[in-house]
Write a protein that binds this ligand. Structure first.
Ligand SMILES: [Zn+2]
Length: 155
């Protein structure tokens, strides 16, 4: 049996034909409406005070129904990142996103949960956990997650 060494890479080609459908619900409807006005809002738990972004209807820790909307900035901290080296279907636009591109988990100022989004930077040498980032908004807002095109490093 020929077992590849740890240094050899294994390449597997997978083709996917998948339709994406999302049910937004009341919380995401308000959230998307805010994006159309360049406003980011999260939902805060009245019990544990955790601020969810994107907003969700129920606290994952307390099971409390969330109704307390709180403002969230379009700046924050990069808490994790990766650089994608393969083109992928962008679930937000339905279009292929060419590689390489950066992806990050971003803790926006005013939120306690992270947002998964694209990064302008795709050079691993220029990305680091703890960097400050800022949203880059689309010129014509339409009330969708891709109103924020990506995040850029600001420090
Ligand atoms: Zn809670």
């Amino acid at each position: 049996m020929n077992i590849p060494s740890k240094k050899e890479r294994i390449s597997v080609t997978i083709e996917m034909d998948q339709t994406w459908r999302y049910a937004s619900g009341d919380a995401m409807e308000r959230f998307a409406g805010g994006l159309k006005e360049r406003r980011i809002e999260g939902l805060k738990c009245g019990s544990c005070e955790r601020r969810y972004l994107p907003p969700r209807p129920v606290c994952g820790k307390c099971n409390e129904r969330l109704t307390d909307w709180v403002p969230v900035a379009d700046t924050g901290e990069l808490v994790a990142w990766t650089v994608m080296k393969l083109p992928m279907l962008d679930g937000r636009t339905g279009e292929i996103r060419e590689a390489p591109y950066g992806m990050g988990l971003i803790l926006l100022d005013g939120a306690d949960t992270t947002l998964n989004h694209y990064l302008v930077e795709s050079d691993p040498e220029k990305l680091a956990i703890g960097q400050r980032v800022k949203a880059v908004w689309r010129d014509e807002l339409r009330g969708a997650m891709d109103d924020i095109l990506h995040f850029e490093v600001i420090s």
